[in-house]
Design a protein around this ligand. Structure first.
Ligand SMILES: Nc1nc2c(ncn2[C@@H]2O[C@H](COP(=O)(O)OP(=O)(O)O)[C@@H](O)[C@H]2O)c(=O)[nH]1
Ligand SMILES: [Mg+2]
Length: 293
């Protein structure tokens, strides 16, 4: 993953050919904060590394690099993407405006169709006029079936219809787009809670219904606050990271994994339909820490 290169390069240099001393820990701490790992998680990592160095009488910084991978390894987890092929799965895709929800839904529809799923798109972002059209255009290009209603209609009704339609047609995966207008947080959360109730009242297996939050990796610390907000309102099952191709540092994932204990579903790395990858923990950690070169 070339997009972590800079951060990984930096960490790699910190661990390279030097002694473990106060300056080392300080530099490491600054770099982790800069990389969006946040004060709390950074502190925890630094303290664990200090203890490791003390207990094992380590003197070389490079001896702590693998230990650091060990620590981070306990913080993040991928999501199992083997979806059932004979039952209906419903994924509600949440997130604030502009993070990449609609684009990611298009990518995932292609990804899962290739893997034998019968995908149905639900245009439940009924708030913005262009939102339904945007998903509709993707559906058209990709040959996906879509359930939609007029702008301004009840998003719960769209998802309700989509589930009925999928059950009638034998679709196996619904990807539901949702609105993300954060200037009206309370209404948004109420609306999402209502949709959540509607979906839960439908005859689908509880374990097949998931809510994923899309986070724009370039927003850094903001991603964590968004995750906390949505998690509190509707209970999330995981996060999807977009725009990792841009200036993203990648550390927010560690915080989300550590503080919210949510798995990472996909990582998106561009605007094309194939710019999506299931979260690969080993690859992610190696590139984050600079172990891959
Ligand atoms: N570079 C890059 N751009 C992305 C990615 N995902 C989405 N975008 C762009 O981000 C913008 C907003 O995406 P959109 O799907 O409309 O966001 P939504 O408001 O959450 O539905 C669009 O211009 C997308 O092309 C990504 O992984 N990388
Ligand atoms: Mg959208």
């Amino acid at each position: 993953m070339a997009f972590f290169k800079k951060f990984g390069e930096k960490l790699k240099n910190i661990f390279r050919s030097r002694k473990i001393d106060e300056a080392f820990f300080e530099e490491l701490e600054d770099t982790l904060i800069e990389g969006d790992l946040g004060a709390k998680v950074t502190d925890e990592i630094i303290e664990t590394l200090r203890k490791e160095a003390r207990d094992n009488k380590l003197t070389e910084a490079r001896d702590l690099q693998l230990k650091m991978k060990d620590i981070l390894s306990r913080y993040v987890a991928p999501l199992n993407l083997d979806l059932p092929k004979d039952e209906l799965t419903v994924w509600m895709i949440l997130g604030v405006n502009g993070v990449g929800k609609t684009t990611t839904i298009a990518k995932m529809s292609k990804y899962f169709t290739k893997r034998g799923q019968k995908v149905l798109l639900a245009a439940a972002d009924t708030f913005r006029a262009a939102a339904v059209d945007q998903l509709d255009i993707h559906a058209d290009r990709l040959g996906m079936r879509i359930v939609k209603q007029r702008t301004g209609s009840d998003p719960g009704a769209v998802v309700f219809d989509a589930i009925s339609s999928a059950q009638a047609q034998g679709d196996t995966l619904i990807l539901a787009d949702t609105a993300g207008r954060m200037h009206n947080k309370e209404n948004l959360m109420k609306e999402l809670q209502k949709m959540d109730k509607i979906i839960k009242a439908k005859n689908i297996k509880r374990e097949n219904y998931k809510k994923f939050l899309v986070i724009d990796a370039t927003t850094g610390q903001n991603g964590l606050s968004q995750a906390m907000l949505f998690h509190q309102a509707v209970g999330l099952d995981g996060v999807i990271l977009t725009k990792y191709d841009s200036a993203a540092k990648g550390g927010a994932l560690i915080q989300i994994g550590r503080l919210l204990e949510l798995p990472i579903v996909f990582v998106c790395i561009g605007e094309g339909y194939d710019d999506i990858k299931p979260f690969d923990k080993e690859e992610y950690l190696d590139s984050l820490i600079g172990l891959d070169k």
